[in-house]
Design a protein around this ligand. Structure first.
Ligand SMILES: *[C@@H]1O[C@H](CO)[C@@H](O)[C@H](O)[C@H]1NC(C)=O
Ligand SMILES: *[C@@H]1O[C@H](CO)[C@@H](O)[C@H](O)[C@H]1NC(C)=O
Length: 618
């Protein structure tokens, strides 16, 4: 009898895994994620309590000491070992040591090249904060980015001399020291950094310089688009760098991997997930100046790349190249990134073989993120109870017309049921801080949502509309408010509007993003009434946007209206206009299209079809 009971009990236990599996197909994935997450939490805790604090720089130095001959960075025809990179950055530190005190900020205005990495490491060795300027910003925006982080010096690439000279008088007035890289004479009023670095010692600077660095002290400023028009400097502290760099572990990156980074290093994905993640793993980085669809797979073969980093556009461009016999001939096993569309995902796997695509979601300054650790096509992540415990977030009901969260009779927000789209908000707390924007209290406040579920609570407003399914998968739906994404860049509608308003003929402006078939994100469009008795001056508008806006931010479509429509609360109607799009057979207003290198031309039905069918490239 006893034997029988034992027997049934044991066989009952044996079916338990099957029962659990039947309840949750992703049990193994969930378990593996839980183990990784606990490991990461432990390391984070250790790093934040250790004295002295160990930053990502110390991890780099550890690799340089333990595996000095391992390749750290390959770029074009050069490659640098960990030890060489260490010495290069020592030189940078020595060259800049007289210009900077520990705790100072320095702005780095350099594109993807090894010097970018040496500058950052050098600054970190001096205990300084690096502000990573977007290489596309110019004039007023450049000055703004520079001054909002109180930087003492500007370090600029040789090819950006022109942009620096434009703002040099203002910088000089602020007492800023400007260093320019490259050979030959530095422009008047600047210092030649390359010379100084060449002559500097490669001995390590004293670790004493970093004695005051703590988990909470700012390590970087990374710029995100602002709603008031100008970019905002998100404060990235050392703890945040650690968190982002662990993502490679979640994706399954091993210490023998080689990662390919062609995303700009001034953005958080390239810098934090890519470069810092690689340093955390102690792996080799192959750095590219920029993405090129035609060289991509040849590079992967040449350098034995095993991990790639993407944004949605990269994957789409890769799938859009013509099919080749050797499409599957490569060693890439992991792709980490965000923004891949479900159809591209399917195409990509079919074309390029069994690559594990790890889609992630997170904002540079945000305090919440998701990882699709299961590889479910189309999802940006999967909810995990540990994650939800560590970082309380919710999808709340949102009114897209009024552009605000819906509140119940008591004034609190309402969580949406599974399957319904809602605004992602996440609680700001000790473990999930929101460091905000440097010198911008107003914008920092604007990202906070108060009294969400109880009086006095504070949440980070992500500005993204997401949907969750019954298995816990999270799907991206849309972005709200005053920014849209195009070609992997965030575009602030008000920044563009401010520029357009400077053109004489324009009375008022409403800028929004419109969807284009076959494209990720939204492309810029502006609705505008003209000043009385004035005609649309396409030449002037084109000249203006060409000189002041990077190509991804220039409005490609213009809609001339008699007057701007506003909502009941006098907000500009963006949602309705965005839905109406740019089809001349639907819209009665005059429409113009910005042709590449041509200027604004009247939009025809034929152009519309060509754009929709992909014959005109945007
Ligand atoms: C790539 O791998 C092959 C074979 O494993 C090896 O012969 C080659 O040297 C490697 N190339 C690089 C750049 O490491
Ligand atoms: C790339 O996409 C366009 C449409 O966007 C299409 O017309 C073209 O044929 C595609 N090229 C390849 C090689 O797939």
């Amino acid at each position: 009898m006893l034997a029988y009971i034992l027997y049934t009990a044991l066989s009952g236990l044996a079916v338990l895994p099957f029962l659990l599996y039947w309840r949750n197909r992703y049990l193994l994935h969930d378990l593996r994620y839980a183990i990784t997450a606990v490991g990461i939490a432990r390391r984070l805790f250790r790093s934040s309590t250790e004295k002295p604090f160990r930053s990502i720089l110390d991890r780099f130095l550890q690799s340089a000491a333990e595996r000095p001959h391992k390749t750290f960075l390959a770029f074009e025809e050069s490659s640098y070992t960990y030890a060489q990179a260490d010495r290069e950055s020592n030189r940078v530190a020595a060259a800049l040591s007289s210009a900077l005190e520990p705790g100072d900020a320095a702005a780095v205005f350099v594109g993807n090249e090894p010097m970018f990495v040496w500058l950052w490491l050098g600054l970190a060795k001096l205990g300084c904060t690096a502000a990573l300027l977007n290489c596309n910003v110019r004039s007023k925006s450049l000055l703004h980015c520079f001054s909002c982080c109180d930087a003492k010096v500007l370090l600029a690439a040789a090819e950006l001399r022109g942009a620096v000279e434009e703002v040099l008088p203002s910088l000089k007035r602020q007492g800023v020291r400007v260093f320019v890289l490259g050979e030959g004479d530095a422009p008047e009023g600047t210092e030649c950094l390359s010379d100084k670095i060449r002559r500097a010692s490669d001995r390590p600077p004293s670790p004493e310089l970093r004695a005051d660095v703590s988990p909470k002290s700012p390590a970087l400023y990374i710029y995100t688009s602002g709603t008031t028009g100008l970019p905002k400097a998100a404060v990235i502290n050392h703890e945040r760098i650690w968190m982002a760099s662990f993502l490679q572990s979640v994706a399954g990156v091993r210490s023998d991997d080689v990662i390919y980074i062609c995303l700009p290093l001034y953005h958080s994905s390239g810098f934090l997930m890519g470069l810092c993640g690689a340093i955390e793993k102690g792996i080799t980085v192959v750095l590219k100046r920029k993405f090129s669809a035609s060289n991509f797979w040849n590079d992967c073969r040449k350098y034995n790349i095993t991990v790639i980093q993407y944004i949605g556009e990269i994957m789409r461009y890769l799938c859009n190249t013509s099919q080749r016999d050797n499409d599957k001939d490569h060693k890439v096993r992991i792709a980490i990134g965000n923004g891949i569309r479900a159809d591209t995902w399917v195409d990509f796997l079919r074309r390029f073989g069994n690559v594990c695509i790890c889609e992630c979601y997170g904002a540079t300054e945000g305090n919440v993120g998701f990882v699709n650790y299961v590889g479910k096509i189309g999802a940006i992540g999967k909810e995990h109870f540990l994650h939800k415990m560590g970082c309380p977030y919710a999808l709340i009901r949102y009114d897209t017309e009024k552009e605000e969260p819906v509140r119940d009779c008591r004034g609190f927000c309402i969580e949406v049921p599974i399957g319904e789209t809602g605004l992602l908000v996440s609680k700001i707390g000790a473990r999930t801080p929101f460091s905000g924007y440097a010198n911008n209290k107003q914008q920092t406040e604007k990202k906070k949502l108060r009294d969400v579920f109880v009086t006095g609570d504070v949440y980070f407003n992500s500005g993204d509309l997401l949907r969750k399914d019954h298995e816990g998968f999270v799907f991206f739906q849309d972005r709200i408010g005053d920014t849209f994404r195009w070609k992997g860049e965030n575009v602030a509608t008000t920044e563009i509007a401010d520029h357009l308003l400077m053109v004489d003929c324009i009375e008022e402006v409403n800028v929004y993003g419109v969807k284009v078939p076959g494209h990720e994100g939204r492309i810029g469009m502006a609705a505008l009434p003209l000043k009385e008795n004035m005609d649309f001056d396409g030449k002037a508008v084109y000249q203006h946007v060409k000189s002041y806006l990077p190509s991804y931010a220039r409005p490609r479509f213009i809609r001339i209206q008699n007057a701007l429509e506003v909502t009941g609360t006098f907000k500009q109607m963006k949602v309705k206009l965005a839905e109406e799009g740019f089809n001349p057979s639907v819209i009665e207003d005059r429409l113009l299209f910005l042709e590449d290198n041509q200027g604004y031309v009247p939009m025809t039905q034929e152009m519309f079809s060509s754009i929709a069918e992909g014959r005109i490239k945007l």
